[in-house]
Write a protein that binds this ligand. Sequence first.
Ligand code: CAA
Length: 379
Amino acid sequence: MNFQLTEEQILIQKTSREFADTELAPGVVERDEKKIWPKEGIKKMGELGFMGMMTDPKWNGEGMDTISYTIAMEEISRVEASASVVMSVNNSLVCYLLEKFASDHIKEKYLKSLASGDKLGAFSLSEPQSGSDASNMQTIANKKGDHYLISGIKNWVTNGINSDYVILFAVTEKGVGHKGISCFIVEKGGDGFETGKPENKLGIRASDTCELYFDSVKVPEENLIGNEGEGFKIALTTLDGGRIGIAAQALGIAQASLNASVSYSKERIQFGKPISTFQAIQFKIADMAIEIEAARLLVRQSAWRKDQKQSYSHLASMAKVYASEVAMRASTQCVQIHGGFGYMRESGIERLMRDAKITQIYEGTSEIQRLVIAKSLIK
Ligand code: CAA
């Protein structure tokens, strides 16, 4: 067992840390407040190779391991979770899915530009009536000759507004449950494809989330990913990896909470002393640090197992549940340590708490993760 990062992983950590601190930190509070999408930051993330980190260089990716990806996700999330969710969707839900399941034609046509960061992808699974119960979707894809006509509504689509291509799940055969679901890649902007207005969210406010409307949208048959009926398994396999990315995002938010708590407690003077000298504050900081180290081990272990091609679904769920709950606790304590100042929007501190909350919800709620974990134990 070796807990030491490789030279390449240390370089990724340094590069992503410097990038986040110099390029993303300026203006992060304003972007959150005004819901401004971090366009420049995302463009630079593409230039640095952060948008297709694990994709084979043959398809314009960086060919790195999942551990490197979690390291970059953690560092970027430490500064701007709104930017890291854009990266996470493009990497683990779009590029990964295409590389693993799509035809070479799709890889050539779409994956190359997505992995290089020239184009942006979205993943649209959820619908108004099917969130956790993902297989209960209503969006329908009817085969007509050499194309499909797709109709339905998708919601809570991260990158829905700024993406160029959308991974879309739809029913190709009714009445057979998840076995009737298929997966497609759809270009934005075709006839009958409408993008909803940006949602007004509690956290990750600078990222975009919206509904997508499909009214007999014509999609060529070659845009089917895998075979008809394989869509649900493609979605769940992909989400297993996505959950590692969200766990790393939560870890970054938790680490930011610890860093801010340590530095503020050394500066803030009350009763004639820095508050860091009080045991009540020290215990909060120690508890945060313990939990963050434990969460990091789970994140890296799940990433390692994925890289070793060992089963990792249950560990990805464990990492996501634990890291997201640690992020929620650490960010709440961070606001507490900052007192009234931390409660103010301009402090940038309460943002950590708002951003942490979504990590317990998207890519499968904590309750769904517990079901996945329990199912792996009680077979
Ligand atoms: N990988 C591959 N296949 C899997 C799988 C996995 N991890 N888990 C289950 N399956 C297979 C099963 O083997 C089964 O296949 P068979 O019938 O051939 O045996 C099939 O999938 C159905 O399995 P279940 O009966 O267990 O499925 P279910 O309907 O009970 O649902 C669930 C299982 C775990 C609850 C699943 O629906 C789930 O994960 N729900 C949460 C959905 C989710 O995470 N949504 C996130 C939205 S995307 C998002 O948030 C992105 C964003 O924008 C940030």
